[in-house]
Write a protein that binds this ligand. Structure first.
Ligand code: SF4
Length: 378
């Protein structure tokens, strides 16, 4: 089971990763992998010492034993774990590789083949694949060929388990496989979403968690090329010249947003979330608000008056409506006073409530929208 609100179970046939962008700084999987590795080598009461495939995936950073970092090594789980979806009949939503990244450069193509083989032959389940390496995902998916002799590349045991179904070659893109990219800020959205939109998939989604800044999904891309990820409209001109739309292409089918949790969690401005929620609403794209994380919303106002008893506050500045100005207990009173007044239209206050207390309501509502199955698009 998993506590991740937008899935039912995690499936981790491959584990291990490397830090790739600011969203990775407080990577939960990195800490968990380190813990699993250190637990597994302790002798039990009978003197047995257990090993685990998590060994060697992380290392201590200098003397900081509680601040591990990935080594870049990746590893396979045992066959039993690989075959969990094949043996489970009850339709289930699986988040694939939550303890790493399926498209990490050190994961061999053959391992990815095996994952896709199992997903192809488990149509009763939905598989959610989330990556920060969308270029490799796109290249892999575009070269994927599920016709024979593709299954011959799989290990014997996997082939045996799916052998009864080999007569029917699955259609691409696989209707039960949802492909997504993590987009913690605008730069990562600009870099990653265009690759995702070029990838054939039944459902394309983003996870903006931990959300670290504003995100304009109506214009993503680099250089002269851009796309409105919510409508699919493509532009070949800079954003100032939005009338230069040239074609209608693939778009996002699902948007997940969440704040960061844990002791070093970075705060998320409520306005960043509202903007994404509202943009999704305009284009009818399902929006899922996963959590506030450590920093929960406690109030807002229009006068700039702020309760200095709180531990943190966001106060919009003249330069940027969404700029974070105060988050620490010592700074809040001073900054709130300095920036109080009617100059700013609105401000929100947030507090280090912890993930559970902070909850997942945004302006009084939970947002649990999910994409509905549809014809796969190429
Ligand atoms: S890509 Fe994902 S698993 Fe890998 S370091 Fe970043 S957050 Fe962690």
């Amino acid at each position: 089971m998993t506590n991740i609100e937008w899935t039912e179970k995690t499936w981790n046939p491959i584990v291990g990763c490397s830090v790739v962008s600011p969203g990775c700084t407080n990577c939960y999987a990195m800490k968990m992998a380190h813990r699993l590795a250190s637990m597994a080598v302790k002798p039990d009461g009978a003197g047995n010492i257990y090993t685990t495939h998590y060994e060697g995936l992380t290392k201590d950073q200098g003397r900081h034993r509680h601040n591990p970092v990935w080594t870049g090594k990746v590893a396979r789980a045992g066959d039993d774990h690989w075959h969990i979806p094949l043996k489970r009949k009850k339709p289930t939503m699986f988040f694939v590789c939550s303890m790493g990244d399926l498209f990490h450069k050190n994961v061999p193509d053959q391992w990815i083949d095996e994952v896709f083989a199992i997903m192809a032959f488990c149509p009763q389940h939905v598989f959610q694949v989330l990556t920060k390496r969308p270029q490799r995902m796109r290249d892999y998916i575009l070269s994927l060929d599920l016709r024979a002799p593709w299954p011959a590349r799989l290990p014997d045991e996997t082939t045996r388990l799916i052998s009864e179904q080999l007569a029917v070659a699955p259609q691409l893109p696989l209707p039960n496989v949802w492909l997504g990219v993590s987009t913690e800020d605008q730069r990562r959205a600009d870099e990653r979403i265009p690759h995702l939109l070029e990838t054939p998939a039944a459902i394309r989604f983003i996870s903006a968690e931990p959300l670290l800044g504003t995100l304009d999904l109506n214009w993503v891309g680099t250089g002269e090329y851009g796309v409105d990820a919510l409508s699919g409209t493509q532009y070949h001109e800079p954003p100032e010249n939005m009338s230069a739309a040239t074609s209608q292409g693939n778009k996002l089918d699902w948007v997940i947003v969440g704040g960061e949790s844990g002791p070093n969690a970075r705060p998320m401005h409520p306005e960043w979330v509202r903007t994404i929620r509202d943009d999704c609403g305009v284009y009818g794209v399902p929006f899922f608000f996963k959590q506030w994380g450590k920093w929960g919303w406690v109030g807002s106002g229009s006068s700039g008056v702020y309760d200095p008893g709180q531990l943190g506050a966001f106060v919009p500045s003249p330069q940027s409506d969404n700029q974070l100005l105060a988050v620490s207990a010592t700074n809040v009173t001073q900054d709130a006073t300095i920036y109080a007044g009617t100059f700013w239209a609105k401000h929100d206050a947030i507090h280090a409530l912890g993930k559970k207390r902070a909850g997942r309501r945004l302006d009084g509502l939970e947002h649990d929208e999910m994409p509905s199955p549809r014809e796969a698009s190429s």
